[in-house]
Design a protein. Structure first.
Length: 366
């Protein structure tokens, strides 16, 4: 038991008791310590919550820690990534192993991880962490759509399960490639980078802006006259979980449109990465907190892979209480990624257990 127990599928319990098996399976929750034989009771100071779910990460960029400058904006940031990708294989693998260990040490039990190559697969096959691998493809030039799609298939055929073949971002995928990806999907979750920079909407609405200027040399860009979110979601299936990542410049109108059109959207925020790249954050008040989850992005855009550090940034820039913050960190990400055994202290689940002491997260509301 602890000072507070946060099961996350029910209200927090003061001095609640969690019973788990030797294998980590949740057996029961007790509202009162007197209901438990004292000789079997372990008492901790702080709070107990399920293991964290990092809904968005790029393990294969782990060797880029400190390599890219801050506050340069998204077009400049993505332009510099290819030149930093090249590294001796043994050093890259070591960085990936360290990142996996860093996340596990930080209480992360599940990760939605982006892969453009198979570089991180060796860690996922042996890791204690549960991964969903999103094999990401991109090509603005429609003539390259089939080639890029087949390359993505060759990668996903090697990927540890569960996995999905997904579009990189609203702005980096042609209509033809979107169509191929939609046809390929058989119900598995999708993720896509969405509205990370203001010029994303400008690209689709007006055919102008910094992102348009950067991308126009790579192929014809589709100008829809609509927002980036509406343009992308319109080309994706409705019957599956769609994890929209970053959403820094998403509007109330975009969210309302996704709900009206019955898309199963989850909104993943990566606050420290947003501050690193664009030096700005989303307006958290416009999102349904039951559909909001959190990611760390990569060590190319972050100095750590800590969900707790991300929550502190969200707390400072929102009115969320602690129970809501922990749902964002655990329950919602597990639901988005379809990790059925993670996220809450429900009987039969194996969600991991985090003890948070010396609590810096405030707003404890019971």
């Amino acid at each position: 038991m602890a000072d507070y127990l946060y099961p996350l599928h029910i209200a927090p319990i003061k001095e609640g008791v969690l019973q788990i098996s030797d294998d980590g399976e949740v057996m029961a929750i007790f509202n009162n310590r007197s209901d438990v034989p004292q000789e079997k009771l372990e008492v901790f100071e702080g709070i107990l919550c399920p293991g964290f779910v990092n809904a968005h990460c790029h393990l294969e960029l782990s060797h880029m820690l400190g390599k890219l400058p801050k506050h340069t904006g998204l077009p400049n940031f993505i332009a510099k990534i290819p030149e930093q990708r090249v590294l001796e294989t043994s050093k890259m693998k070591l960085a990936i192993e360290r990142a996996d260990a860093m996340m596990y040490k930080g209480g992360i039990v599940g990760v939605g991880d982006i892969s453009n190559t198979s570089d991180s697969f060796f860690v996922k096959e042996k890791s204690t962490i549960k991964y969903h691998t999103f094999v990401e493809v991109f090509a603005t030039n429609s003539e390259k759509a089939v080639e890029v799609f087949h390359f993505g298939q060759s990668i996903i055929n090697k990927a540890p399960k569960p996995c999905s073949l997904v579009p990189h971002a609203t702005y980096s995928v042609s209509e033809k490639l979107f169509s191929l990806l939609k046809s390929h999907n058989s119900g598995e979750p999708i993720c896509i980078h969405n509205q990370e920079t203001k010029s994303e909407d400008e690209l689709f609405k007006k055919g102008s802006g910094d992102l348009y200027g950067f991308l126009k040399n790579f192929g014809k860009l589709y100008t829809s006259g609509k927002s980036a979110l509406v343009t992308a979601l319109s080309q994706m299936p409705k019957q599956i979980n769609i994890l929209l990542v970053h959403n820094t410049f998403t509007s109330k109108e975009d969210i309302a449109w996704s709900i009206k059109n019955k898309y199963s959207t989850y909104w993943c925020t990566c606050p420290k990465a947003n501050l690193y790249i664009e030096d700005t954050l989303p307006d958290y008040s416009i999102f349904d907190s039951d559909k909001l989850c959190v990611g760390t992005d990569s060590l190319a855009s972050n100095d750590s892979l800590s969900i707790l550090e991300e929550l502190k940034v969200i707390q400072e820039n929102s009115d969320f209480d602690l129970n809501t913050l922990l749902k964002i960190a655990c329950k919602n990400g597990a639901e988005a990624l379809e990790f059925s055994t993670l996220g809450t202290f429900e009987k039969g689940k194996i969600p991991g257990v985090n003890l948070i002491d010396n609590l810096e997260l405030k707003k404890v509301i019971l």
